[in-house]
Design a protein around this ligand. Sequence first.
Ligand code: SAM
Ligand code: ZN
Ligand code: ZN
Ligand code: ZN
Length: 490
Amino acid sequence: MPQTGHLRQEWDTELSPPPPEDWESEAREWEYVGIVGEATDSYWMKRCVPSLLIYLHGLISVLSYEVKWKNWQRNDAMGTNTTWQRSSVDMKDEERFWDRERADERAVEAKESLDLKIGLEPDQPWHDDITHEVQNAYVEKAIESRRRGSREYYGNWEEIVHITEGDSDDDQHDGESARSASPEIQEVQRNLCRELQTKWNQAIRLAGAAALDIISSPDEQIPPGLEDFEYCENHYVRAEGVDHPDPTAFLVGCECHQGCKRIQSCDCQAGSDMVNEAGERQYAYNSEHIFKFNLSPGVEVVECNSLCNCPDTCQNRVAQRPRDVPMEVFHTGDHGWGVCATVQLPVGKVLGIYTGNLIHRRDAEGLSEEHRSYIFDLDAHEMEDDTSNMQQYSVDSFHHGNWSRFINHSCEPNMKVYPVIWDTVAELNQPYLAFVTTKQVPARTELTIDYNPKDTATYSYNKSKGKSRIPKGAKPCKCGTEKCRGWVTV
Ligand SMILES: C[S@@+](CC[C@H](N)C(=O)[O-])C[C@H]1O[C@@H](n2cnc3c(N)ncnc32)[C@H](O)[C@@H]1O
Ligand SMILES: [Zn+2]
Ligand SMILES: [Zn+2]
Ligand SMILES: [Zn+2]
């Protein structure tokens, strides 16, 4: 069992300072080898940080780490080479790596077995020790059992935690109480949502975009991937090896001073393949910045760029502008968390772009199924018969991303995605994917896209027939629309 020994209770482990810097009169700082263990203080956590927060927010949960030092040994009979350190700014990267490794191990353990390991101090009830709960992946097992739809295993897990806090035992196993979390856990969920909302809105304000609220749903877990999430409103974070060549080296700007109105003289459009039936070049947006749906398959919108003379308000600068529609993330009830705008939206309204970690498509293959469901392939502009040897990319919004990572699938969606560029050229195959409404959308209506648009095109509406043809790896679809084909490939 990999995590045994990683967690210690703090009453066993006094905090100890790092090795003294002055060693045999020669000023010397010790290099650390890495983190080899972590201590948690059950009593402190139990009073101040309820258990769920521990799982979801590693930085708060872990009080101290056992650190191994290079070329140093304690000058005593034991001769150990580790000290106990409080979490510190210097060690943040190490801590993150450590925390993620532990979380991964617990997730693997939960997938392998839902059995609880009970057994602590002889006189201590198992549920009284949060360290033990964390160590044995209880939260992960509770989540996993919910995913499998087997509420009976851990449906009332959160309730059991509170037996020691004066509750009577009588109603702990009641089926109904299993459906709603205890007030303390609900409070944790609310705090967590507030914390994420504050942090994300700092990034949003810096990007000049409209607010994003998270409506807490106290009985629901926050979705996966957010423990260490970086919100990025309108740029990609690039994985190692995914370069962004200097755009000024290959972009062409236009000379239009008042905003771009005459496409014939708008030089940045020279490379655009957006043409009408007569072969004349077209802008993708009208003067109100509304998308005209005049894009052919395999073609991307070319917006004005940093070398263009036109102002920020140019009609050909839309997806690149900061999002001006305020959004809300909320729990949908049966298909996880979703997102909606808080205002009514007209048809053709461009809402923003899909952001995240820009990776080589082949690197998505080894990721877990859950992680992969947050990956969007940049293939909207790749033609089916595309035989060129272009690099292929995907955007992974599991650990980096914005509001759009919460967009769910619908067989009758109210948005579409189109590829658009402004700081790159088409040949690099790294467009942004922009979301545009295809219907008038009332305020607070869930925003959706079709995850499998090619399947919709070929699907003849017939529920029973549709179900019998569920592709391998697809999930039952919960979009609830009349045209639901019964499954969705995520
Ligand atoms: C990109 S995430 C969308 C946000 C997600 N609901 C959440 O809570 O974070 C994709 C995942 O949402 C769920 N999902 C999206 N659309 C769905 C649908 N129509 N029916 C069932 N599950 C859906 C699936 O679990 C899928 O793996
Ligand atoms: Zn312009
Ligand atoms: Zn122009
Ligand atoms: Zn231009």
